[in-house]
Design a protein around this ligand. Structure first.
Ligand code: NAD
Ligand code: LMR
Length: 328
């Protein structure tokens, strides 16, 4: 039998967990032949709920779900993990910015970064979903000095998917025909959705929709979508967030499609004028071997470049706020 992959999911009894775990167990990341061991981390107060989620996972009789571990101990949760999806964190409420969560959520990522460093498998790869994602990923990475830095990523895939859907609705295209969307920077109000390289079939997206729609409708809709969902639902996005996490990890592990790229927040090497030393969303190509490369050599419009500067400055400011919590 194929050796199972161990995936750790934190915040497993939460809203996103309730969608994510079932999709993972169904094989939506690694396909129909890859057995999975799910390690689920929660806080002690949520272990009862987690037991119920595990009962439901059992009741689905997923053929790929080889084993489950339920724990409130990070050491147990990350032991031997090949992949970790760090969801466990408090969500924002209406009227808050994601960065308002830093004080409450940042310490979680100190502890989990250390546990990943000490107990995860040598091929561990990490996706941070808990907000504010970029800076939480930076904190976790800084406490895992033995893990290569590029193994820590944060999720801007939901913004990327939202952007593709808005463009598809506007143009009448199928989402599958839209290539080369970009979200630059922070998963925050300063993110920069960029369609200047987008293609729909052989056509340039910007020529089809015009700059006015891009600026007045598209950007505010994509940037404000998280808050709009919270206003409508009374709770932050969950199923779409789980879906984006699945997309992020699947592409990272198995590859992006030919001629396309995806947005991933990754440790910045200073490309495109982004600051170094932060986790920044770039267009990335994944060859399918568990690596990714930032797409090089794109011509960047001056207004987009100004946005890259602003979102980078915001990430530096977030980093300064958590300076005391950063490791090496
Ligand atoms: P939720 O409150 O429903 O669930 C969070 C779970 O995390 C809870 O069950 C809680 O007990 C658990 N938790 C808290 N501290 C923990 C710890 N130290 N270890 C393990 N588990 C812990 O929230 P949710 O809707 O599932 O959202 C989770 C996070 O994801 C939030 O921060 C939210 O803002 C973020 N989010 C990010 C995106 C994105 O696009 N990046 C999208 C949606 C939500
Ligand atoms: C989202 O973009 O939906 C999440 O980051 C949740 C939020 O707080 O907006």
């Amino acid at each position: 039998m194929t050796t199972p992959i161990t995936i750790t999911v934190t915040g497993a009894a939460g809203q996103i967990g309730y969608s994510l775990l079932f999709r993972i167990a169904n094989g939506d990341i690694f396909g129909p032949k890859q057995p999975i061991i799910l390690k689920m981390l929660e806080i002690p107060a949520a272990m009862g709920v987690l037991e119920g989620v595990a009962m439901e996972l059992t009741d689905c009789a997923f053929p790929l779900l080889h084993d489950m571990v339920l724990t409130d101990d990070p050491k147990v949760a990350f032991d031997g993990a090949n992949w970790a999806i760090l969801v466990g964190a408090f969500p924002r409420k209406a009227g808050m910015d994601r960065s308002d969560l830093l004080g409450r959520n940042a310490p979680i990522f100190v502890e989990q970064g250390k546990a990943i460093n000490n107990y995860a498998a040598s091929d561990i790869r990490v996706l941070v979903v808990g907000n504010p994602v970029n800076t939480n990923a930076l904190i976790a990475m800084s406490h895992a000095p033995d893990v290569p830095r590029e193994r820590f990523t944060a999720m801007t895939r939901l913004d990327h998917n939202r952007a593709i859907s808005q463009l598809a609705r506007k143009t009448g295209a199928n989402v599958a025909d839209i290539y080369r969307m970009i979200i630059w920077g922070n998963h925050s109000n300063t993110m920069v959705p960029d369609i200047s390289h987008c293609r729909i079939g052989r056509r340039k997206a910007l020529n089809l929709v015009g700059k006015r729609w891009y600026k007045k409708e598209f950007v505010p809709t994509v940037v404000g979508r998280g808050a709009a969902v919270i206003k409508a639902r009374g709770a932050s996005s969950a199923a779409s967030a789980a879906n984006a996490a699945i997309d992020h990890v699947r592409n990272w592990a198995l590859g992006t499609r030919k001629g396309d790229w995806v947005s991933m927040a990754v440790p910045s090497d200073g490309a495109y004028g982004a600051p170094k030393g932060v986790i920044f969303s770039f267009p990335c190509v994944c060859p399918g071997d568990g690596t990714y490369q930032i797409v090089e050599g794109l011509k960047v419009d001056p207004e987009i470049q100004a946005g890259i500067q602003a979102t980078g400055e915001e990430l530096l400011a977030e980093r300064a706020v958590v300076a005391d919590l950063l490791g090496s």
